[in-house]
Write a protein that binds this ligand. Structure first.
Ligand code: ADP
Ligand code: MG
Length: 386
């Protein structure tokens, strides 16, 4: 096991339309034994980053090390990491046993007996022992994925690199495999970099998340840090489903003025946004209170546009009273047991303790929600106020 350290890593590609900066000056320190999820939208540079750690791409600038060993220019075989691809990349003509043994036979001095033992142990661990004599074509997607994982595990590498390994599985299997992978990683205690575009996978599986956008690192933190204390509007919007609500506002005389609402601020919040006038107001769907009517500060008359029942939860699309209903400015989630009707006139509460404020131009977070409200005196683990 090892720390994986990326220092100022940049990757540029040339294509017809010119130069693409796929990864831009990335600093990342993945700790020994850590499960780090690299997450971001399609095309943001996740696979390129992983491929550079694996040795399948060379950085244009910067260095990559395992602990204090520089591996930037080593071939994939010379670095002690194992990569698992979305496509599994199994040899179709070989049995499961053959697929799992092949790398060890080619690249190590292990005896036949040692290889057999490693392969059988890993197969046992993954629940595919009975499939060792089958060929990939005879296996389900989930079983093939396990073989691909097994092939990485038998190498006993310093680090696992997984690129969207669950993307080809159906939703139910994907969620089972998420839990299984987490347990496996805990048991093996091997440093793992897991790439996905799916923020749910990032939130549920990781020790820490690294959020990437447009080749640039946006934030590294625990899932709850990224959720409650986002560095910027991008992270705030990317992490969480449904997304945080955003409304453009201007600061005027200590109040935020939006198109359909005005929001007086306490001195404490005002102090955080000093010097910024053009802002984005953010509030998460679960923090919007649904009331019978708007009666006090930070409460507004609203109309229910659409209700999406999810069973455990209802997703409710809302518009401010003066707004065209179909423009639905806000999305709220409430208990599935609670009844609200489409077209109903209600009140909504936007509690000041739950709001986020971002600079409209740079997207930088100026004010994040308070956390005292959530857990009483005990701040959420890993999400202490900055
Ligand atoms: P992700 O895995 O986050 O979806 P990638 O790392 O695959 O993103 O790609 C990042 C950017 O680099 C994209 O704009 C992609 O088109 C570009 N890119 C990746 N590989 C190459 C390549 N071999 N040649 C040219 N451009 C590439
Ligand atoms: Mg990719």
């Amino acid at each position: 096991m090892a720390n994986v350290i990326l220092d100022g890593v940049t990757k540029k590609f040339q294509d017809k339309s010119g130069e693409i900066i796929a990864v831009d000056d990335l600093d990342l320190n993945i700790r020994d034994g850590e499960f780090l999820v690299l997450v971001g939208p399609s095309g943001c540079g996740k696979s390129t980053t992983l491929r550079m750690v694996a040795g399948l791409e060379m950085p244009t600038e910067g260095t990559i090390s395992l602990d204090d060993k520089l591996i930037t220019n080593l071939s994939p075989q010379e670095r002690d990491v194992a990569m698992v691809f979305q496509s599994y990349a199994l040899y179709p003509h070989m049995t499961v046993r053959g697929n799992m043994s092949f790398g060890l036979e080619e690249a190590t001095e292990l005896s036949k007996e040692e290889i057999r033992e490693r392969v059988e142990d890993a197969a046992e661990m993954l629940g595919i022992y009975d499939l060792l004599d089958r060929k990939p074509g005879e296996l389900s997607g989930g079983q093939q994925q396990r073989v691909a994982l097994g092939r990485a595990i038998v190498r006993e590498p310093e680090a696992f690199l997984l690129d969207e390994p669950l993307a080809n599985l159906d939703a139910k299997l994907r969620s089972e495999m998420r839990t299984e992978l987490q347990h496996l990683q805990e048991d093996l205690d091997t440093t793992t970099i897991y790439v996905t575009h799916d923020q749910t996978e990032a939130m549920t599986m990781s020790d820490r998340i690294a959020v990437l956008n447009d080749g640039e690192l946006q934030q590294v933190g625990t899932p709850l840090e990224c959720y409650h204390r986002p560095n910027n509007q991008f992270v705030a919007g990317f992490i969480g489903d449904p997304s945080m609500n955003f409304l453009d506002v201007t600061l005027e005389d200590g109040r935020l003025v939006g198109e359909y609402f005005e929001y007086p601020l306490s001195d404490e919040v005002l102090a955080n946004i000093e010097g910024h006038d053009e802002l984005v107001f953010g509030i998460r769907p679960e923090d919007i209170e649904i009331l019978d009517a708007a009666e006090s500060r930070h409460e507004y008359p609203a109309t229910v546009d659409v209700v999406e029942p999810m069973g455990d939860e209802n997703t409710v699309h809302l518009a401010f009273e003066e707004q065209e209903r179909t423009e639905s400015a806000l999305t709220s989630t409430i208990s599935g047991m609670r009844n609200v009707d489409e077209l109903e006139s209600i009140g909504i509460g936007l509690p000041e303790s739950a709001i986020h404020l971002f600079d409209a131009e740079t997207g930088e977070s100026l004010h994040n929600r308070s956390l005292g409200e959530i857990e009483g005196d005990r701040p959420l683990k890993g999400a202490q106020p900055a």
